[in-house]
Write a protein that binds this ligand. Structure first.
Ligand SMILES: [Zn+2]
Length: 286
């Protein structure tokens, strides 16, 4: 029986079936690019190669959108221009997030009333990033916003914003008021900031849990061992929301990128957050 022409058939199928590559025969490789959100990807057609091939790919967001990452086997998932080594039928997606996608919600129990900053919003010079969870008490279910609110009210600590795992930002304290999130520490050899960062900073808590090592001194060994690995670190939705919130706050209060700092930097040794699992390269610093 005569063989059909597998390569031609493959090209036809790849072009026609945008749901994925169909391999017919061997020795031919298909690359398909897709996206979530709004932007353009190059190359924007399904391509076939006769042998394993290194292919350059790029992602450009539409205005009002930002590139977040690639989904698929690219060389650098966080670089908008990178490469894919096509050694099998390969699908790669660019993820774009809408800049204004952050939704700011009222927290359970309402906002927490706090004293005004002495200089009002003119005092806002820094943004401090934190991580928080209820892992000490509820290691199997550490991200209930009701519990986070209860911790704030019970312990007399709070941050201006808390970003939950699905990317909703809850505002607990007005921007023009001080929140108790920074505690003791020092920064940039500026004596005004020593043990006094709460006056000058907005605090953002991201619901998240650090590495087992980071949490060892924080939540106790038994709770630490009961945390599921998927609950450590931070979610894509949180990075998208954080980018939206940061662009809002940095433009509103004219805060430069080098004034977005971690709690750990302010109080090294005593504080760990947001920790080694927080990917700084995923927040867009102007
Ligand atoms: Zn903190």
């Amino acid at each position: 029986m005569e063989m059909r022409k597998p390569t031609l058939l493959l090209v036809f199928l790849c072009t026609l079936l945008l749901t994925g590559c169909v391999q017919v025969g061997t020795g031919t490789y298909c690359l398909r690019l897709g996206m979530q959100g709004q932007g353009t990807v190059e190359p924007n057609a399904v391509l076939t190669y006769a042998e394993p091939t290194l292919v350059s790919v790029s992602a450009v967001p539409e205005p009002g959108w930002s590139f977040v990452r690639w989904d698929g086997p690219v060389a650098d998932p966080f670089a908008p221009e990178t490469t894919v080594f096509v050694e099998r039928d390969t699908t790669v997606q660019a993820i774009f997030a809408e800049d204004s996608a952050v939704e700011i919600a009222l927290p359970p129990g309402g906002m927490i009333p706090r004293p005004q900053r002495p200089g009002g919003t003119a005092d806002i010079e820094y943004i401090m990033l934190h991580a928080i969870s209820d892992a000490a008490a509820n290691p199997a279910n550490p991200y209930e916003m009701d519990r986070i609110a209860a911790i704030f009210w019970e312990y007399g600590v709070e941050a201006h914003y808390v970003i939950d795992r699905s990317g909703t930002a809850y505002q607990f304290v007005r921007d023009d008021s001080t929140a108790r999130h920074a505690g003791r520490g020092s920064w940039a050899k500026d004596p005004r900031l020593t043990n006094n960062m709460n006056r000058y900073a907005l605090g953002i808590e991201i619901l998240g849990i650090g590495t087992e090592g980071e949490m060892a001194g924080v939540i106790g060994a038994q709770a630490n061992s009961r945390i599921s690995e998927g609950d450590r670190g931070f979610t894509d939705e949180q990075y998208a929301a954080l980018n939206g919130l940061l662009s809002l706050l940095t433009s509103r209060y004219h805060i430069p990128a080098d004034r977005i700092i971690s709690h750990e930097e302010y109080d090294p040794g005593r504080k760990w957050d947001p920790g080694d699992l927080f990917e700084w390269e995923r927040i867009r610093l102007q």
